[in-house]
Design a protein around this ligand. Structure first.
Ligand SMILES: Cc1ncc(COP(=O)(O)O)c(C=O)c1O
Length: 389
C-alpha cells in the first residue's frame, strides 16, 4: 500500500474510537428516541455523553450541538437554514476559497433570489476582514468564512471577522471541518454563531458531523433542511446514528487531550518535508502562508499541511508517477482534462503551476521515516520526469 499522506481528505478511525463504538452496533443497540425501555435510554445516554464530549472540545454548552451527517450537511443547514428563515432577498458574504460544500449551496440560494457576495483572498489565501466589512450591506444577514482551508491550510482571522460581524449585527458561520481537533477553538470566548464540523477529518467515522448553533439571545432562527420526527431540537429530523455519534464524541475527547502536542509534532514533520524537498529540488513554490507558528498568538496555517507547486513539469505525469504515496493534486479532478482548483486560482497561482501541485496532509500515523522516504521519492521522480522533458 502507498504511504497515506492525504489526511485532509479523510482520516482512519482511531483505535480507541472504534473500540468505544463497537458495542453500539450490537449489544448496546437502540434508538435514542425510544423513551419506553432501557434500549432507548441507554442509546440516549450515550448520545448525550458524546454531545458533552464534542461541546467540551469547543468550550460550548452541549445544547449547541446539532448532529448531522457531516460538514456538507452542516454547511447546508447553516446557509439555507439562516437565509430561508430571513426575508426574501437577504444577502450573504463569503470568500472565494470556501469548500464546494459552501459555494454550491450559495449558488443554489442565489438562483432562488438571495444575494451573494464572494470576497477575494490574497496570494496566501488570506481574506482581509476589511473587505468582508466593505461587502456587508443593509440586507446582509450572514457571513460565512472557513476556519482553515482544506487545500493550502490557510487559517483565517476569524476572531477579527467575528468582531466586525457582531458590530454590524450580522451572523457569522464558519466551516471548521479542517480545524476542529487540530487547532484550539473556544466558542465561548469567540461567541461565533454557527460552526460546521466533520467527524472523518478527526479520526471519527465518515457520515457524522455537527452544526454548532450559538445558544442565547439574540436567538438564531434556522429553517431545517428536512422535516420528520423533530430530532435535534427540530433542526435535524432522522434517527440518530448512535455508534457514529459515540465515535465522534470519543474522537473529540482524544483531540482535546492530544491536539497541542500532535500539532507540534505535525509542524515538525511538515518542516522536515518542506526543507527536504527544497534541498533536493529547484523550482518549488510552497503555497499558503509562511510557517510562523503562533503569529500574534494564533496559528497562520493548519499543522500538517504542505502544499507545493513544481515548475517545469507536467502535473498529470507527476501524479501518475507517484504511486507509492497517497497525496492529492492541485487540480479539481484527476480526469484527462484537469481543471486548476478554484482555491489556487483565487490565490493567483498560474494555471500550469496549479496543475503541477501536490497537497500533503500529514496525520497521526505519519512518521519521520515516511517523510524521509517521501522526500527522496518525490525528488527522484520529479528529477526523472524533468530529465525526460
Ligand atoms: C473545508 C471542508 N468543508 C466541508 C467538507 C465536507 O465534509 P463532509 O465530508 O463531512 O461532508 C470538507 C471535506 O472534504 C472540507 O475539507
Amino acid at each position: 500500500m502507498p504511504i497515506y499522506l492525504d489526511h485532509h481528505s479523510t482520516t482512519p478511525v482511531g483505535e480507541r474510537v472504534l473500540e468505544r463504538m463497537l458495542p453500539y452496533f450490537r449489544e448496546k443497540f437502540g434508538n435514542a428516541a425510544s423513551i419506553n425501555h432501557v434500549f432507548g435510554w441507554r442509546a440516549a445516554e450515550a448520545v448525550e455523553r458524546a454531545r458533552q464530549q464534542v461541546a467540551d472540545l469547543l468550550n460550548v454548552e452541549p445544547q449547541a450541538i446539532v448532529f448531522t451527517s457531516g460538514a456538507t450537511e452542516a454547511n447546508n443547514l447553516a446557509l439555507k437554514g439562516v437565509l430561508r428563515a430571513s426575508p426574501a432577498g437577504s444577502h450573504v458574504v463569503t470568500t472565494a476559497i470556501e469548500h464546494k460544500a459552501v459555494l454550491d449551496p450559495l449558488k443554489r440560494l442565489k438562483r432562488q433570489g438571495y444575494g451573494v457576495t464572494i470576497v477575494p483572498v490574497n496570494a496566501q489565501g488570506q481574506v482581509d476582514p476589511e473587505q468582508i466589512a466593505a461587502a456587508i450591506k443593509p440586507e446582509t444577514v450572514l457571513v460565512s468564512v472557513m476556519w482553515a482551508n482544506n487545500e493550502v491550510g490557510t487559517i483565517q482571522p476569524l476572531h477579527e471577522i467575528n468582531l466586525l460581524c457582531k458590530r454590524r449585527g450580522v451572523l457569522l458561520h464558519t466551516d471548521a471541518a479542517q480545524a476542529v481537533g487540530k487547532v484550539p477553538i473556544d466558542l465561548t470566548a469567540t461567541n461565533i454563531d454557527l460552526l460546521s464540523l466533520s467527524g472523518h477529518k478527526l479520526y471519527a467515522p465518515q457520515g457524522i458531523g455537527a452544526l454548532v448553533v450559538r445558544q442565547g439571545e439574540p436567538r438564531i432562527r434556522l429553517e431545517p433542511l428536512f422535516d420528520g420526527g423533530g430530532h435535534e431540537g427540530r433542526l435535524r429530523s432522522g434517527t440518530l446514528p448512535v455508534a457514529l455519534i459515540v465515535g465522534l464524541g470519543m474522537a473529540c475527547e482524544i483531540a482535546r487531550d492530544e491536539m497541542l502536542s500532535e500539532a507540534d509534532r505535525l509542524e515538525h514533520l511538515a518542516r522536515q518535508l518542506r526543507e527536504g524537498l527544497s534541498q533536493r529540488l529547484t523550482g518549488l513554490t510552497f503555497n499558503g502562508p509562511p510557517d510562523i507558528p503562533f503569529a500574534g498568538g494564533l496559528r497562520t496555517r493548519l499543522p500538517g499541511n504542505v502544499h507545493v507547486s513544481f515548475a517545469n513539469i507536467d502535473g498529470v505525469a507527476l501524479l501518475a508517477n507517484l504511486k507509492e504515496i497517497a497525496v492529492s493534486s492541485g487540480s479539481a479532478c484527476t480526469s484527462a482534462d484537469p481543471e486548476p482548483s478554484h482555491v489556487l486560482r483565487a490565490m493567483g497561482v498560474p494555471e500550469a503551476l496549479s496543475l503541477a501541485s501536490l497537497r500533503f496532509g500529514l496525520g497521526r500515523e505519519t512518521t519521520a521515516e515516511q517523510i524521509d522516504f517521501t522526500i527522496n521519492y518525490v525528488a527522484e521522480t520529479v528529477n526523472r520526469i524533468r530529465g525526460q522533458a
